[in-house]
Design a protein around this ligand. Structure first.
Ligand code: ATP
Ligand code: MG
Length: 567
């Protein structure tokens, strides 16, 4: 490929609309262009990388026994009504009406379509398991499409669905998919953590999200270096130690003028923050006033609170007054009547609390549950954070942020039962299929790769997904160096290496900058001076290392670098 012919309109400056490195760099390197919010064109460089990601996905799916196929993007509203999701999916579902007034959705995912597809045709346990997948554009009218390819309204997904006769068989397919997904991340050069999204009743996981580690990731994670545990901060549960005291456990009212924050109270008593008790007043979805208490150094977890209280909100200043509560001085002792007291499990064993006194400018020390106040309910309320002990091995957890690139899910009979998709089992009985679904965000994976592999100069492609593996840069616009460069590019190409030849009549500085920005893993710089010694310069984009390589050794040398790194 000639760089002079490549359609990749580069930008000198960072585009103002982009916050994330991946978004900026893909715009700057002329890989993507925005059409409208969340809608992008993939230009030739991006398309080449996407095809490679897809090839890796196909390879892993096929090896794990899944079969590729393709379903229509438009899905009949009737199917969505059958599953109950026409309403439940809400405004994210992109709906269209045909000329006859019949309603359709642009598929955001295809459980309904695939279930309908196999109904009445996949009939016997003898045919199972079946695992089908497709790679296709998906549509979701995201509330906030952003970060370039990370959260689009139209994006490329690999979606797969398995039909199994038994839980053991579903588990087997699920485990194989999980392994394939780990392999896909690795082969794409992505460092990812498999994060348990859902735990089953028997303790094993029934859904795992693969999170590419990146500071810009939307998900906050905790993980354990020691035993490999990883979880979304929102969903994780652990046991944290809390400090007792101060004092001898006698209930004592202390004047704490103006000390309405945990930080101030801890400093006043010369005490760690987790020795204090944080009280939060809220109104449940059903309108009931509740005070929640958590260790002072932890936060009330929004997801957990929502599960307990429905769509709750923290009390406003007026609501606090109305319920007789004083901001900064709320606590369990002398709590006004009618307010439910819900306390975090981690405080169950603690017998000497430092907490608000429900009186302006006063706190209690030595407050003891059952003796000084009554807890209505103990519950898991806190957001786990870095430094908390791992729930499996007790070692301190690390914190990280992640981008969800893929997810595996055991659906069970949710769709098959709703849509009447059944098979005849060994015992002659009709049963709904057990289903699993498995999704890879192909275009998001591309963005995640760039997010993990870049520097000041631009993108640093892992060889396995690079749009071109090698660029050959001629320092001269014509003459001996140009001819030699052209020759080397041709020879490399004949040897099976994916080469782009920077034949442009540009200054060397411009060429170096563009090649670094586009991030080709190896750059071969051909100039008169080197050629006089029979050498060219080879630059490794990842390490920045430059070496002189003899011209007659070059093809062999480059092949030895590139071929083993192909995925
Ligand atoms: P998110 O929580 O990020 O909205 P999701 O859990 O709703 O994603 P899934 O239904 O699990 O997404 O879809 C499978 C995969 O498709 C995701 O793991 C992700 O990689 C990708 N994906 C989902 N939504 C988008 C989007 N709007 N743009 C790009 N990729 C997406
Ligand atoms: Mg998901």
């Amino acid at each position: 490929m000639l760089m002079s012919r490549l359609y990749a309109p580069t930008l000198k400056e960072d585009p103002a609309e982009a916050e994330l490195a991946s978004h900026k760099l893909m715009l700057r390197a002329g890989m993507i262009r925005k059409q409208a919010a969340g809608l992008y064109s993939y230009l030739p460089l991006a398309w080449r990388s996407l095809k490679k990601i897809e090839a890796i996905v196909r390879d892993e799916m096929d090896a794990a026994g899944a079969q590729e196929m393709l379903m229509p993007i438009l899905t009949d509203a009737e199917l969505w009504r059958e599953s109950g999701r026409w309403g439940a999916y809400g405004p994210e579902l992109m709906r269209v009406t045909d000329r006859h007034g019949r309603e359709f959705a642009l598929g955001p995912t295809h459980e309904e379509t695939v279930t309908d597809l196999i109904t009445n045709e996949l009939k016997s346990y003898k045919q199972l398991p079946v695992n089908l997948y497709q790679i296709q554009d998906k549509f979701r009218d995201e509330m906030r499409p952003r970060f370039g390819l990370m959260r689009g309204r139209e994006f490329i997904m690999k979606d797969g669905y398995s039909f199994n006769a038994t839980q053991e068989s579903l588990q087997e397919t699920y485990d194989a998919m999980k392994q394939a997904y780990a392999n896909i991340c690795e082969r794409c050069g992505i460092k990812a953590l498999p994060v348990v999204a859902d735990s089953g009743q028997i303790g094993g996981d029934t859904s795992v999200e693969f999170m590419a580690l990146a500071d810009a990731g939307e998900a906050a994670l905790v993980y354990c270096d020691s035993c490999g545990f990883a979880a979304d901060e929102e969903a994780a549960t652990t046991t944290v130690a809390v400090t007792e005291g101060p004092g001898d456990g006698t209930l004592t009212k202390v004047h704490t003028p103006g000390l309405g924050s945990i930080e101030d109270v801890a400093a006043f008593f010369g005490f760690p923050e987790n020795g204090t008790r944080k009280s939060l007043a809220l109104i449940t979805g059903g309108g009931e006033p509740v005070v929640c208490i958590v260790p002072g150094d932890h936060e009330l977890n929004d997801c957990k609170a929502e599960k307990l209280f429905g769509s709750y909100h923290l009390m406003t200043e007026e609501e606090l007054v109305e319920h007789g509560l004083i901001k900064g001085f709320i606590g369990p002792v002398n709590l006004p009547k009618g307010i439910r007291l819900v306390v975090d499990e981690n405080l169950r064993a603690s017998k000497s609390w430092t907490c608000g006194a429900n009186e302006l400018d006063y706190h209690y020390t030595g407050a003891c549950p059952d003796r000084d106040f009554t807890v209505d309910e103990w519950a898991d309320l806190i957001t786990v954070h870095a430094g908390d002990p791992c729930p499996h091995c007790g070692k301190p957890l690390q914190g990280a942020r992640g981008i969800e690139v893929s997810q595996v899910f055991q659906l069970g009979t949710k769709y098959s039962a709703a849509m009447g998709a059944t098979f005849t089992d060994e015992d002659g009985r009709e049963k709904p299929f057990l289903m699993g679904c498995y999704g890879v965000g192909v275009s998001r994976t591309l963005a995640a790769i760039v997010e993990q592999h870049n520097d000041e100069q631009g993108i640093i492609w892992p060889v396995s997904v690079a749009p071109y593996e090698v660029s050959v840069i001629s320092l001269d616009k014509k003459g001996e160096a140009f001819d030699a460069a052209e020759n080397l590019a041709r020879e490399l190409s004949s040897a099976g290496v994916e080469v782009i030849f920077d034949d442009r009549a540009e200054r060397p500085g411009v060429k170096f900058a563009d090649n670094d920005l586009m991030g080709f893993p190896y750059q071969i710089v051909v100039g008169k001076r080197g050629l006089a010694n029979g050498t060219v310069e080879l630059k490794d984009r990842a390490t920045g290392e430059r070496t002189d390589v003899a011209v007659d050794e070059l093809v062999k040398h480059v092949c030895s670098l590139v071929l083993p790194k192909r995925s």
